[in-house]
Design a protein around this ligand. Structure first.
Ligand SMILES: NC(=O)c1ccc[n+]([C@@H]2O[C@H](COP(=O)([O-])OP(=O)(O)OC[C@H]3O[C@@H](n4cnc5c(N)ncnc54)[C@H](OP(=O)(O)O)[C@@H]3O)[C@@H](O)[C@H]2O)c1
Length: 378
């Protein structure tokens, strides 16, 4: 690699780092960072997209300029936009600034951009370079990319279990399987998500809070999927002073008379079937890029079967719970051959004060390799 390439990589990595500062805040938008150098190659500004509705990374960087950018270079991890949304097109800003070199890590999969931004910059005579640090940029924005390619939210399934694969005792006791540190890491994990989903049974049995305990200003939306609508009158999720709650019910099976039990501050949406994929699409349309499934075995199995899950996070406690017919993370997939089972790519193992946290990806369905093993098709 030439010294020049090394320098370009260094600035693009800086743009990617800046982009990552918006983690958990930018949906439905991607995480984007930008760095501007003057014509002598000295850094004169940088910025990142902090939250949906606020200026894009390029606009932030132009607002922060310390000197004249004419003849300079901009590094940005995603193709600059060319449409007017809540903010004006970034390509116009770049062209009018007098900058003459643009380094872009990856094309924007959003159909409104998808290469058009690059074409406009080139047509205006700018020297455009695409593809530097592309893998890092794909990794950073994989849920945004996934949602744009497939029209449903990127799904992560998380569960906690004992070493013998149990979710609780026969009498339903399950507090707590994992240690305090693991549980506080789950609060932190939630900050990366736009919504958290459980099924009606987990609501009835656990009455969870499903929030980040104040770690995130805009708490993820809490979603309950129910076929029956047989939900309790009292529930922690009905208190929406900190986090919003959405109840989604299958209108073909639910008893709508139970709607009276749900207070007016809770959002309600009816869907035509209990297919979790429908929920995943609805949440994508509501602006969610990334959702965390914290449900029990029945819904977890349906969500897996319908292709809602791309990634798995498992907390494993060094405990043996034992017992016949005790709950395990999944119900029956009805596999009859080892050729049919779900294969995973185990990507990360971490010790958490004696517990283990495993992160894996689904290998043989819609998997990460389809997202970033080969460049996304757009
Ligand atoms: N250890 C862990 O990590 C962990 C995590 C979560 C839950 N749990 C435990 O899991 C138990 C509950 O298990 P569960 O399997 O009944 O979980 P669940 O999260 O309540 O999911 C099942 C419920 O989801 C609703 N649902 C709607 N559409 C569905 C579909 N297509 N497929 C499946 N369900 C659908 C139904 O609610 P309605 O009945 O309201 O119609 C159904 O009863 C609780 O005891 C809880 O403590 C453990």
């Amino acid at each position: 690699m030439s010294i020049e390439d090394h320098i370009h990589k260094k600035w693009m990595k800086r743009a990617i780092h800046l982009a990552s500062l918006g983690r958990g805040q930018t949906s439905p938008n991607p995480m984007v960072g930008a760095v501007i150098l003057d014509k002598a190659g000295k850094i004169i500004s940088e910025g990142f997209h902090q939250r949906a509705g606020l200026p894009h990374a390029e606009a932030m960087a132009f607002n922060n300029l310390k000197s004249d950018p004419r003849g300079g270079t901009i590094y940005v991890n995603l193709e600059p936009c060319c449409h007017t949304g809540k903010t004006p097109p970034c390509v116009d800003k770049i062209i009018s600034s007098g900058i003459n070199k643009v380094f872009i890590s990856m094309k924007d999969p959003d159909a409104r951009v998808a290469g058009k931004g690059i074409r406009i910059l080139k047509k205006a005579g700018l020297d455009v370079h695409l593809g530097i640090c592309e893998q890092e940029s794909l990794d950073l924005n994989k849920s945004f990319i996934y949602k744009n390619l497939y029209g449903s939210a990127y799904g992560v399934l998380k569960w906690a279990m004992s070493l013998d694969g149990r979710l609780g005792l026969k009498n339903g006791q399950s507090k707590w399987i994992t240690n305090e540190k693991s549980r506080s890491l789950v609060h932190k994990l939630r900050t990366d998500f736009d919504a958290i989903i459980i099924g009606g049974n987990t609501l009835r049995k656990d009455n969870p809070l499903l929030n980040t305990r104040g770690l995130k200003k805009n708490e993820p939306l809490r979603v309950v999927l129910t076929r029956t609508l047989d939900l309790p009158i009292q529930s922690n999720l009905w208190d929406t002073s900190i986090s919003k709650t959405l109840v989604v019910y299958d209108s073909s099976t639910a008893k709508e008379k139970y709607l009276d039990r749900i207070p007016k501050n809770v959002q309600i949406e009816k869907i035509s079937s209990d297919n979790p994929k429908l929920l995943s699409k609805i949440l994508a349309q509501r602006g969610c890029n990334k959702i965390l499934w914290e449900c029990g075995p029945e819904l977890a199995t349906s969500a897996m079967k319908s292709g809602c899950i791309q990634e798995l996070i498992t907390y494993l406690a060094p405990k043996i719970l034992g017992g016949d017919n005790c709950m395990s993370p999944f119900s029956d997939f009805a596999f009859t051959s080892m050729n049919d089972v779900i294969n995973l790519n185990l990507k990360e193992i971490r010790f958490v004060d004696g517990d283990l946290c495993l992160r894996s990806f689904i290998k043989n369905k819609i998997n990460e390799n389809e997202i970033y093993g080969s460049p996304p098709k757009y």
